[in-house]
Design a protein around this ligand. Structure first.
Ligand code: UDP
Ligand code: UDP
Length: 485
């Protein structure tokens, strides 16, 4: 049922096909709960077991909190992992999903009520779109990163074609990518696997990039005022002529706020986080306003022990209070190291009271909404960026891999924070020293301009989703399209 006064989804039934990894599930679940609150019937293709425990927990929480959202089990064909030695387990899952995509037709056609549209993750686009074409269903892509990154995905195949036409004259390797109307992305800022055209990631990336033009539309968790250039260039066909409509529908609210209230503000408010039994939130409750640096590198970034120790030294030297989420492996269930194993008991003793180091899942959204948090030292995964922007917490961006340097460019030009451009990628260019980290953290905590920029971004974010705002209207347009299909 649509909430009175809300957009009305009519009899639409959307089948969602998410991919693997929390960065992919979080925006899907947020978008699904938003659509569901507008009366759209939603089903979710679900693959179990998941790669990580965090994904399994979040699937379970979604279906428990929103019984009207339908689960459709999708059994993958077996994939021989030994044929891909050393491959990232999430990438391997994407490959397995792609190779099983032809099985989706039966599941989509058999769902009741009749499916009227499909929304797929970008990592599966080139395999899902042909299935939907056969079923004569519209297919949209929910892009889980920034609009700037979307412009790179869309333009990268054209860049390669041009390079080939030039006989590779523009230089060795992939080269810098000059995205028309958006910006030039230096080769060193591209996701690292793109340097190798034979890499499995790159093959998928190119295939999916080409397929985007066949989609009926692309949804992005951003808003016009945050990435005006990239959105305009995509919509004007400057990046790819004839590109499908791009709906900037962010910033999406967390699923839990959608379950308790459909009218909660997405951005702006800084609240002492809702009553919570979490020790992390309880600890934040004892700290002065804006006094804490929050450090977290997402759900799947493993930082080397050496770099972790330098970070510890830097945080200690900064003199700031800090909340630090430690992860040392790509997949959460393999992470058995305790903070003391990496940082030592002496360190933990010295920072006791002003620094909290924690392992495992934290409710990041609740942390960022807490009034005690004054800065977020982040890898700039797009969900982390959007969560910080919604709450007006400035970012000190230290990209570690993947799309994160591209996101860092977007967040910096959107005024959400500062990009530490010279700080190393994961495993490359050595380790950033504790001294440098400490100095930057201290300076950023004291920087009124950085804080004001983040506050402005948060106000803009709130305006975008409020009635009549750019994202509100995009959502309205999208729901109108669903009703017509
Ligand atoms: N996240 C969280 N708690 C954790 C780790 C991650 O809530 O302990 C959430 C985070 O808030 C974000 C998502 O998981 O919504 C991670 O996505 P992001 O794009 O930031 O980075 P990735 O995990 O892909 O590196
Ligand atoms: N991506 C894409 N097409 C693909 C594979 C990845 O557009 O076939 C995008 C993906 O959405 C993300 C980025 O490439 O924005 C980098 O992916 P990464 O390796 O960092 O993994 P993720 O953070 O998406 O789990």
């Amino acid at each position: 049922m649509a909430v009175p006064g809300e957009l009305d989804g009519g009899a639409a039934h959307v089948m969602f096909i998410p991919s693997a990894g929390m960065a992919h599930l979080v925006p899907f679940f947020r978008f699904i709960t938003a659509l569901s609150s507008h009366g759209v019937h939603c089903s979710v293709m679900t693959v179990l077991p998941t790669v990580s425990d965090a994904e399994a927990d979040h699937f379970a929480a979604l279906f428990a909190a929103f019984p009207r959202i339908q689960r459709v089990d999708f059994n993958l064909l077996p994939l021989d992992a030994t044929a891909f030695p050393g491959t990232d387990p999430f990438l391997l899952r994407w490959e397995a999903l792609r190779r099983s995509a032809h099985l989706l037709d039966r599941l989509i056609a058999g769902a009741t009520p009749r499916v009227s549209a499909v929304v797929t993750d970008v990592t599966l686009a080139s395999h899902v779109i042909p299935v939907t074409k056969q079923l004569q269903l519209p297919c949209h892509v929910l892009f889980i990163s920034s609009a700037t990154m979307l412009s790179l995905v869309a333009y990268f195949p054209i860049h390669l074609d041009k390079k080939q036409d030039d006989g590779g004259a523009a230089g060795v390797g992939v080269g810098d990518v000059d995205i028309p109307g958006v910006r030039r992305i230096r080769q060193s800022s591209l996701p690292q696997p793109l340097h190798d055209l034979n890499h499995l990631f790159t093959k998928q990336f190119i295939d999916n990039g080409r397929a985007l033009s066949q989609a009926d539309g692309i949804l992005v968790n951003t808003f016009d005022a945050l990435e005006p250039m990239a959105l305009a260039a995509l919509r004007d066909g400057k990046v790819v002529p004839g590109f499908p409509p791009v709906y900037a529908i962010g910033l999406l609210k967390s699923s839990s706020s959608t379950s308790s209230s459909s009218t909660d503000g997405a951005g702006g408010e800084r609240q002492a986080a809702a009553a919570s039994s979490s020790p992390v939130i309880a600890w934040l409750g004892e700290q002065p306003e804006r006094s804490v640096v929050y450090i977290a590198f997402g759900s799947r970034i493993a930082v080397s022990h050496e770099q972790i120790r330098e970070m510890g030294a830097g945080l200690e030297a900064s003199g700031c209070r800090f909340l630090w989420v430690l992860k040392t492996t790509v997949v959460d269930r393999e992470d058995t190291a305790e903070p003391r194993d990496v940082l030592g008991d002496e360190f933990l003793e010295r920072v006791k009271g002003r620094g909290l180091v924690t392992k495992g899942w934290v409710e990041q959204d609740a942390v960022l909404r807490h009034a005690a948090v004054g800065l977020f030292l982040s890898h700039s995964g797009w969900n982390s960026v959007t969560e910080a922007a919604a709450c007006g917490v400035p970012l000190l961006a230290w990209p570690r891999g993947g799309d994160q340097r591209v996101n860092a460019m977007a967040l910096e030009s959107g005024g959400v924070g500062v990009w530490m451009e010279r700080w190393s990628w994961d495993g490359e260019d050595g380790v950033v020293s504790g001294r440098e980290i400490g100095e930057k953290v201290k300076a950023a905590m004291a920087d009124a301009a950085v804080r004001a920029g983040a506050a402005r971004a948060s106000q803009e974010a709130a305006k975008a989703v409020a009635e009549g705002g750019t994202s509100y209207r995009s959502m309205q347009e999208f729901i109108g399209k669903l009703k017509a299909s």
